[in-house]
Design a protein around this ligand. Structure first.
Ligand code: HEM
Ligand code: HEM
Length: 345
């Protein structure tokens, strides 16, 4: 090997490690990612008001939206657990398990669409799903408005939230109010956000190496933008289908929505924001160790066997995506009265 060749190699290595620590890393990261905004934004066609926000919060925590009066949105999207439920698949009505892992509601407002298969276009549409889902909250369709009308105290709260409406207790308004509350569940100020804003020391050296790997290996071709994900769909198993424990062949993902053959086993690329808080991973919830999820992604999505050191550094980087958790004061809900519809088995 000639000295000239060696010096080229050395120069290359020097450049690579220089890139990892330097300004270039920040510049490159800024091309793919954006910090979480520090304040929530209005939803199109559904402006936030303090009264609507308060109502949305009440509904999110009110188990009387379920048939049993035992299950609320917060049962499966626990704000003390990163907006998820720490179960592989959620437990709903009659202790039934749904088919998929509950994604976090934190920063869901930044996702291009909702659900693993993107079948709801936004938070407002999504909020119409779970109350009537027989394995989630299991309420009969017409019942939710009837239930809320039967709770003395909600009438005034809905009237304040929707001042123009003659009969404000409707399913549409329930969905609007919940969406407004969810839009406030954002987690700014993660170490990675502070890094993106120029705080060079906000990431540790291994985290910076992990970020460089995350971009260089190709993770950021799918997990990018403000949510480090949530912006596109991709097959789970682009290069190699993962084992049936992670990808049971029965759940064909977005194909069930579009019926397009190329959408078989396609899922929404999930956000990796707060990923350290939301084990277990994948739509099956079968990976309990974030490092395992990272390694599976390497083989299934990129066709690369990541070394243990690379997996550890990427995981270190993912740990920098945990932001300030929303501070939510638990709402006091209007009590049931003698005429309130009662829970059903
Ligand atoms: C998905 C909110 C009730 C389990 C979602 C998503 C949102 C959300 C925003 C989509 C997140 C994303 O795709 O990134 C709500 C609200 C609820 C509620 C507002 C109350 C009205 C529940 C309950 C359960 C549950 C009670 C468990 C029994 C799930 C599951 C998914 C999901 C399993 C993923 C389903 C799929 O992709 O097919 N929820 N949720 N949710 N939620 Fe909930
Ligand atoms: C899921 C990380 C590359 C698409 C995940 C999850 C993690 C992750 C931790 C689990 C998220 C959760 O359960 O909430 C990574 C890393 C990558 C990488 C570290 C690089 C080594 C990619 C690429 C694509 C992609 C290149 C697109 C081609 C997806 C999809 C899922 C996912 C579709 C959902 C899988 C499912 O159905 O459960 N990724 N990812 N990822 N990622 Fe990646």
């Amino acid at each position: 090997i000639s000295a000239a060749f060696l010096s080229v190699v050395c120069l290359h290595l020097f450049n690579a490690s220089h890139t990892l620590a330097g300004e270039d890393l920040l510049a490159k990261a800024r091309q793919s990612f954006e910090p979480i905004p520090t304040a929530p934004a209005d939803l199109p066609g559904n402006p936030t008001t303090p009264a609507k926000l308060e109502l949305g919060k009440m509904l999110f925590f009110d188990p009387r939206l379920s048939k049993s009066h035992a299950i609320s949105c917060s049962s499966c999207h626990n704000l003390g657990l990163g907006g998820a439920d720490a179960e592989p698949t959620s437990i709903g009505h009659h202790w039934q398990h749904g088919g998929r892992n509950a994604p976090t509601v934190l920063n869901a407002v930044f996702n291009k669409a909702q659900f693993w298969d993107g079948r709801a276009k936004d938070l407002e549409e999504q909020a119409g799903g779970p109350m009537f889902n027989p394995v989630e909250m299991a309420s009969p369709e017409a019942h939710v408005a009837e239930q809320l009308k039967g709770i003395p105290g909600y009438g005034a709260v809905f009237a304040k939230a929707f001042p123009g409406d003659a009969d404000p207790i409707t399913m549409a308004n329930v969905q609007k109010a919940i969406a407004v509350f969810e839009a406030t569940l954002i987690t700014p100020n993660a170490p990675f956000d502070r890094f993106l804003k120029g705080g060079a020391d906000e990431l540790s050296a291994p985290q910076k190496e992990g970020l460089a790997l995350f971009m260089d290996k190709g993770c950021s071709t799918c997990h990018n933008g403000v949510n480090v994900g949530g912006g596109m769909y991709a097959p789970f198993g682009v290069v190699e289908k993962p084992g049936a424990e992670f990808l049971p062949r029965s759940d064909k993902g977005r194909f069930m929505v579009t019926k397009t053959p190329s959408d078989k086993y396609v899922f929404k690329v999930p956000t990796l924001r707060n990923i350290a808080l939301t084990a277990p991973y994948f739509h099956t919830g079968k990976a309990w160790d974030l490092r395992q999820a990272v390694a599976v992604m390497g083989t299934s999505q990129l066709g690369v066997g990541l070394s243990e050191d690379e997996v550890n550094k990427i995981t270190d980087f993912l740990n920098s995506l945990t932001g300030d958790q929303p501070v939510v004061t638990y709402p006091i809900l209007p009590p049931s009265g003698a005429a309130t519809p009662q829970p059903e088995p």
